[in-house]
Design a protein around this ligand. Structure first.
Ligand SMILES: [Zn+2]
Length: 170
């Protein structure tokens, strides 16, 4: 994806109020990846130690046909710890339960304000782009897969687009 400024990240959110977006702890310019690293990302995701129950991701590229990045605010759910999944629904990396998070995104618009959400088990560090490219090694040995890095990135991208489309209901 193309590099985004803190302001562009903050302006991209589609499923929270303007007030929430304003108060959101967006990384500073200095804390963002250097320009050369953005090309390795399908989305920029972050957590904040001051907000352990929240997670944010901004998906780059033309996800919903507007040519704009789409930001999705999520809550980290503590529900269902007994039956936790161990595979990321976006990048298909497997983790121990402690490295997985159930992230719950309110839907955009009135539907979300009525309490409707989409939940996904996702890599807790939101490093799916790096796992798919083999740039970060998961703590756990992975089931053998014969598909190429390109195919893994394409799969992640397709899963991201499907997720974003569910949130914005297009
Ligand atoms: Zn993942």
């Amino acid at each position: 994806m193309d590099p985004l400024s803190p302001e562009a990240l903050r302006a991209s959110f589609v499923n929270c109020s303007k007030g929430d977006a304003k108060r959101m702890p967006v990384p500073s310019e200095a804390a963002l990846p250097p320009a050369s690293r953005w090309a390795e990302l399908d989305f920029f995701g972050w957590r904040d130690p001051g907000h352990p129950q929240a997670a944010w991701m901004v998906v780059g590229g033309d996800v919903v046909g507007q040519g704009e990045p789409v930001g999705i605010a999520m809550k980290v759910s503590s529900a269902g710890s007994a039956g936790r999944k161990n595979m990321c629904t976006l990048c298909f990396t497997t983790h121990s339960a402690s490295d997985m998070a159930l992230l719950v995104a309110p839907l955009a618009g009135p539907s979300g304000r009525r309490g409707n959400t989409v939940g996904n088990y996702v890599c807790a560090d939101l490093a799916c782009s790096l796992y798919a490219r083999g740039l970060k090694r998961p703590a756990r040995a992975q089931p053998h897969e014969t598909i190429s890095v390109e195919a893994k990135v394409e799969r992640l991208r397709a899963n991201l687009v499907a997720f974003v489309r569910r949130v914005v209901a297009v």
